[in-house]
Design a protein around this ligand. Structure first.
Ligand SMILES: Nc1ncnc2c1ncn2[C@@H]1O[C@H](COP(=O)(O)OP(=O)(O)OP(=O)(O)O)[C@@H](O)[C@H]1O
Length: 270
């Protein structure tokens, strides 16, 4: 009898090796190498047009890379469709437009949970899954401070609450790796500060990647920052080291983006 083949265990939640993306004659991503440790919170920043969203599209399977390899928890995912990558443990934030506007906050979460638990086609399985989904939806509502709005239709929630619900739907699948696109976009300063804490609590223990322009969010959320400039990662380090990096400063020359924001080291180092 032979022993089972050991499952390849990777120390990385996510690993990108020489990833390229070309649109027509334009090389948008030019050999991106990146590793993200399990449980790490990484913010990807960079000037407009640097390729941040494109990178998220490739990682989440919205489009295949034109070159390079991507591993999720040790499994190759480059070129796989989004639903398969999701099943393998990566979830990307839904947009508010993906909420069901007439359904309550609770039912939005429940639908998302039932879908991710695989209760799509079978009525009997659906019934048996409801109990689990109800309990988990209630937990998520509590975590996102939406319990008081449990029965409110999504369209009547405040904008910040809708974004919290969107986060809940992203977390519902139980994915270990979470991708958030500008999670606080459109929020006021006080809502942003509050939402950063909510994200920290709700994603505890999971690996988090954000694409972000708002430096309060970057410094409030990230253990590490990766800086993408013209399709290449020019720095990937702690917020303090990235801030002091001359290449990064050069990329942001003429902007006030770094000088405006005090580094809340207590938060970043927690
Ligand atoms: N589907 C596409 N076809 C052709 N060009 C594209 C496509 N998607 C993106 N691009 C181009 O790739 C470049 C990088 O775009 P991307 O949206 O990834 O940048 P970004 O860093 O997210 O920018 P921003 O911060 O402004 O959102 C841009 O020049 C954009 O015009």
């Amino acid at each position: 009898m032979h022993s089972p083949v050991p499952y390849p265990v990777s120390p990385w939640a996510l690993e990108l090796c020489d990833v390229h993306q070309r649109f027509g004659k334009t090389d948008v991503l030019r050999g991106v190498n990146l590793t993200v440790a399990s449980g790490e919170r990484l913010a990807i920043i960079g000037p407009n047009g640097a390729g941040k969203s494109t990178l998220f599209h490739l990682i989440s399977g919205r489009m295949p890379p034109t070159g390079g390899k991507i591993w999720l928890q040790g499994q190759r995912i480059d070129g796989k469709p989004a639903y398969e990558i999701n099943r393998l443990g990566l979830s990307r934030s839904f947009q508010i437009s993906n909420l069901f506007p007439r359904l309550s906050a609770f039912d939005n979460l429940r639908c998302s949970l039932l879908w991710s638990l695989g209760y799509r086609y079978s009525f009997w399985h659906l019934l048996s899954g409801l109990h689990d989904a109800n309990a988990r939806s209630a937990e998520l509502l509590e975590l996102l401070q939406l319990t008081d709005s449990r029965d409110t239709p999504a369209m009547h929630l405040s904008y910040a609450q809708q974004r919290a619900l969107e986060l809940g739907m992203t977390l519902a699948s139980g994915a270990r790796v979470i991708l958030l696109d500008e999670p606080t976009a459109g929020m006021s300063r006080s809502e942003t500060t509050h939402f950063i804490q909510l994200i920290r609590q709700a994603t505890q223990g999971r690996t988090l990647l954000t694409v972000e322009h708002d430096m309060e969010v970057v410094f409030g959320l990230a253990d590490k920052i990766a800086v993408l400039v013209q399709g290449q990662i020019v720095a990937c380090d702690t917020p303090e080291r990235v801030r002091a990096n001359p290449q990064v400063q050069a990329a942001y020359l003429g902007t006030t983006v770094w000088s405006d924001v005090p580094v809340p080291t207590g938060l970043a180092q927690e």
